[in-house]
Design a protein around this ligand. Structure first.
Ligand SMILES: *Cc1c(COP(=O)(O)O)cnc(C)c1O
Length: 498
């Protein structure tokens, strides 16, 4: 493809993208292909000779699109949103144009410096404590700062590595190297049973023990439960080094006792990471900030702008209050990685803040989005979603057949058909519950119907339905459509069970 063809066909692609967005309401949100479908229709070897753009484009339509579930559809209410925006897409296109591998300042000064500034902008936008900012109010360089990670899962690994370094550093003060080597096998990290699975995965990856603390009836990690677990582990000779609090859990958007956890982290000298992957975006609206008390005392904090802040996947921003341990743990010098000599203020080697060496010019999409939406636009987007979620909750309660399983604080509504609405005469094996089965059936019926898409989950023995409102193009009309589908299919599920 030469420049002339790219100029022409690239514009055609933009047209296709616009058509796609304009027509999303006409497409069922969920792909219904069977596993392995593509293997049957795509050649098993790469082409020997070049093919035309038109041919590939046609196959995109005919072969790939059927296997797509449409996360951008206004009728998509699954998992958490993958919110996108045109300014973010434009920023990403320019990032593709430049295709820089920005591991050091020298690779492209703007890549590093814009990231430092954009993560500070973003930190200010969500009211993050100034400890986390790269630049102090007086213009001097701070101890902390933000960096763009691929995902929240990566961020938690990075946080655990920094926490481990902090603990090793402390132990090295009083012990020989051989003793410290023994001790590191006894490190244990704390999560709740509602912490995202990435906590367990990160523990597996870095090779420490993971203690899964039971959450309370409101799905929160509490101070008492955490202290209890720590006491037992210490008695067994383990060394606590890390705790993760969640601001907005994946199942129910519960908020852990962050203040209580911060107290424990302080006395027990744990690295305190706050995972706000989804709900962090809501902090752009000041009315949500009282819920976030305790975050200001964390060692690291992370949220996914690609979940609910109009940024295309992937852009998970992670801040540390003090980058020393992180950089000490991850910095390795080699001759082929030249560093800036002399004046180094605001020159961050972001390669030492993350797992890979290379990194994208991710700050560009943040820059386009934040400038073109402004804080007011970003807040309006969040508030509109929360309003629709509360409206949907209200309508479910009005209907009378449902119960809401967790407070609706953000854009997530977790509910189920309540036991009293199902008067079943069917006999089930012992231990099986009609209410659970009916709610699983409701999710299945919604998938089969395919006017809207959502997923179910299982919390503390209960099968429930999860509605996550947050698609960028979704509006009140989509919420009404969703309600209609849910009410209608609930009627048929209840009929089947009675
Ligand atoms: C979605 C989610 C994650 C994982 O996000 P990735 O960026 O896909 O790794 C982690 N924690 C919470 C609370 C989440 O909701």
């Amino acid at each position: 493809m030469d420049i002339a063809s790219f100029r022409r066909q690239g514009k055609e692609v933009i047209d296709n993208i616009c058509d796609y967005y304009e027509n999303l309401d006409q497409i069922p949100p969920m792909s219904t292909v069977k596993p392995g479908y593509l293997y049957k229709i795509i050649p098993h070897d790469p082409p020997e000779e070049p093919e035309s753009f038109e041919d590939v484009q046609q196959d995109l339509q005919n072969k790939i699109m059927p296997g797509i579930t449409h996360w951008q559809s206004g009728n998509f209410f699954g998992w958490f949103p993958s919110s996108n925006s045109f300014p973010s897409m434009i920023g990403d296109m320019y990032s593709n144009m430049l295709n820089i591998v920005g591991f050091n300042w020298i690779c492209s000064p703007a890549v590093t410096e814009l990231e430092t500034m954009m993560t500070d902008w973003l930190g200010k936008l969500i009211g993050l404590n100034k400890r986390f900012l790269a630049v102090n109010a007086d213009g001097t360089e701070g101890q902390g700062g933000g960096s763009i990670q691929g995902s929240a899962s990566e961020a938690i690994i990075v946080a655990m590595i920094a926490g481990r370094e902090m603990a090793l550093d402390r132990l090295r003060g009083d012990n020989t190297e051989a003793e410290v080597d023994e001790m590191r096998h006894k490190f244990v990290a704390y999560f709740s049973d509602q912490t995202h699975c990435s906590g367990q995965k990160a523990s597996n990856i870095i090779g420490c023990k993971a203690c899964i603390v039971p959450s309370d009836d409101n799905y929160r990690l509490t101070q008492d439960a955490l202290l209890d677990a720590i006491r037992k582990d210490k008695a067994a000779g383990l060394i606590p080094f890390f705790v993760c609090g969640t601001f907005g859990t994946t199942n129910t958007t519960a908020i852990d006792d962050l203040v209580g956890i911060a107290d424990v982290a302080k006395t027990e000298k744990l690295w305190f990471h706050v995972d706000a992957a989804y709900a962090g975006s809501a902090l752009s609206c000041p009315e949500f900030r009282p819920l976030a008390l305790g975050i200001e005392r964390a060692d690291s904090f992370n949220f996914n702008t690609h979940k609910w802040m109009l940024i295309s996947f992937e852009c998970s921003v992670m801040w540390v209050a003090d980058s020393t341990h992180l950089v000490n743990a991850l910095s390795i010098q080699r001759e082929y990685l030249p560093r800036v000599k002399g004046e180094k203020t605001f020159v961050k080697d972001y390669r030492n803040w993350q797992l890979p060496l290379g990194r994208r010019f991710g700050a560009l999409k943040l820059w386009f989005m934040m400038r073109m939406y402004g804080a007011t636009g970003i807040r309006a987007n969040i508030r509109e979603d929360v309003k629709q979620a509360k409206w949907f909750e209200e309508k479910l309660l009005e209907d009378g057949r449902f119960e809401i399983m967790a407070p609706v604080v953000f854009g997530l509504v977790v509910f189920r058909i309540k036991p009293a609405a199902i008067t079943s005469t069917k006999v089930l094996p012992i231990g099986e519950c009609v209410t659970n089965k009916a709610n699983i059936d409701l999710v299945k019926a919604i998938h089969a119907d395919n006017r809207v898409f959502l997923v179910g989950t299982h919390i503390k023995g209960k099968d429930v339905v999860r509605v996550s409102i947050g698609s960028t193009i979704g509006n009140q009309q989509h919420a009404e459509n969703l309600l209609e589908v849910v009410l209608q299919l609930t009627t048929s599920v209840i009929e089947q069970w009675s």
